[in-house]
Ligand binder design. Structure first.
Ligand code: SF4
Length: 299
């Protein structure tokens, strides 16, 4: 068997920063440090930080008054910051700067008199944070398209969740454009999402099967699996080698492996080790050199 590795894969700059934030906060303030929502959507990352003294909670109300809390990379609605002030919490915001950019865009375009349509997945943590910024309408590409009830001449700005499928998002944007005459589209899919999906498309040319290593609640991992399937290659999303099923590999000579933006590389290495291939080949892909500065509390 030959393994082809997607390039780029794994951690993005926003995830590296969010993990660094929790580790540095633990070192600077001592445990426990609370984390509102999983810091990133990967159980291995969450558990390794919890072993060092982080405590993950879903609601601000669960955090004792006066504690230190890191808000997750996905972004939070303003009401969570208000509740944190009421509880005298010391908040360190690990929201990815590329998500903060979408929050800022939403408020800016509303000030300019435009209505906001967010293309995103209902219920995802990032969408909850973005929808809390200002009044906006949601279009979810997994649901039948329903145009927001607005006059067709209303100026609208289209924002997107950062981790959607490039192709599905284009489809939603075309549907919105067919209903409104004044549409301004911002490209909010982040570089990591775009590059990892391009890598899966490239991988799919070389292999019989694609394994996406990552968590089932990770949006960008799910999109990678869907992109592989839509290019005609059977694809599975798995946390690690223990979830592999020998039946997947019957008659398979070339296996593609990639991982989402919140997946540690050690899990990819563990899967390769379990497969024990004759050869491992890296496909050609974009080199990333993005990094973000830490929040001011930790600089
Ligand atoms: S996937 Fe993109 S938006 Fe999300 S944390 Fe990574 S860089 Fe930021």
């Amino acid at each position: 068997m030959k393994v082809y590795l997607g390039v780029p894969r794994g951690f993005c700059a926003g995830v590296v920063r969010a993990i660094d934030v929790v580790e540095l906060a633990l070192r600077k303030f001592g445990p426990p440090v609370y984390v509102k929502h999983e810091i990133v959507h990967n159980p291995h990352v969450v558990q390794s930080l919890e072993a060092k003294g982080a405590i993950t909670v879903e609601k601000v109300e669960e955090i004792p008054e006066g504690a230190h809390v890191v808000f997750s990379a996905h972004g939070s609605p303003p009401e969570d910051f208000v509740k944190a002030v009421e509880r005298r919490l010391n908040v360190i915001d690990a929201t990815c700067p590329l998500v903060t950019k979408v929050h800022n865009e939403a408020r800016k375009y509303v000030r300019e008199g435009r209505k906001i349509i967010l293309v995103g997945h209902r219920g995802h943590q990032e969408v909850k944070g973005t929808m809390g910024q200002t009044d906006m309408h949601l279009v979810d590409d997994r649901e039948p398209f329903l145009a927001p009830e607005l006059d067709p001449h209303t100026p609208v700005t289209v924002l997107t969740q950062t981790t959607l499928s490039v192709d599905d998002t284009q489809r939603s944007i075309q549907q919105i454009k067919s209903k409104f005459s004044d549409v301004l589209v911002r490209n909010d899919l982040c570089y990591a999402t775009t590059n990892r999906q391009a890598a899966v498309k490239e991988l799919s040319k070389h292999v019989d099967l694609i394994l996406v290593i990552g968590a089932p609640n990770s949006s960008n991992c799910n999109r990678l699996r869907e992109v592989a399937s839509s290019h005609g290659v059977p694809a599975y999303l798995l946390n690690g080698p223990e979830e592999m099923d020998p039946r997947w590999f019957e008659g398979v000579a070339d296996v593609g492996i990639t991982s989402g933006a919140s997946t540690p590389e050690q899990l990819v290495e563990a899967v390769i080790e379990a497969l024990d291939p004759e050869d491992v080949v890296m496909i050609d892909g974009v080199e990333e050199d993005v990094s973000f500065v830490l929040p001011k509390e930790l600089r």
